[in-house]
Design a protein. Sequence first.
Length: 293
Amino acid sequence: MVEYGPGTGDRGLLDAGRRTRVMTWIMAIMLFLTVLAGALGLGMFAATAQMDRQLTGRLTVQIVEPDAQARDRQAAALLRALRQTPGVVRAAEVDRARLAELLRPWLGDTGLDPELPMPAMIDVELAGNDAGGVEQAARRIAPGARVDRHAQWLSPVRGFMVTMSWLAVGLMLLIATATAAVVLLATRSGLDTHRDTIDVLHMLGSTDVQIARLFQRRIAFDTLTGGLGGAVLALGLVWFLQLRMASVGSEVLAGVSLGARDWLILLLLPVLFALLATVAARVAVLRTLGRTL
């Protein structure tokens, strides 16, 4: 039997020249794109979970009444009723100045006009997700009141975020498939290039499994080397983008942030891709040698 240690026979069998450098660069690009897609998916999943936590049990009651005095009486009565309603954690009327600030992009300073009719709005936070008691109290005290769930308002945004999350997962699977295909092509090319050397190894007593180890060591080394480089660049870009999103001050964008577990998953991607490339190389060598040699 002929044994080869890592860095000796495998480097002789698989050229460490231009072809290896190309393979390393390809793996760097693959891991760069994979880490970016993974960061997008993990960030979107985290933002969706945060949105669900924030919006569960949150709703707004709008009292639309032209008569300001009647509107204020209904709002005060409804506030007292809601604070005594089982399941209501918090109920507070939104300040008129706050409403005017929200309307400033559309109305400008007109929203500050005290003569401008404006509905009374009450923010309600529930312990659960059952708004039956709130709706009953609103119908009893202010028949024209409207109860709006925050989750219903932002359901299109949540749907988009979920779509982006699964799109990122699909991109990762697609890149992993492409990586396996590249490894298969590189391995078969190496087998064709070194067919004479492999014949000599067989005559010296080497088995197909031993020859496969030479290829998988080389492929694993190239994948891990290039993958680490691409992953480091991608992680640096993700970290920079996360800082930029945090500085924007948007609650939605702030939710698209990675936790410690997410960073760990991204750091493990080069190792996972190296294992994938190793398995793909081994399968390609054993099948090819078993069929042709």
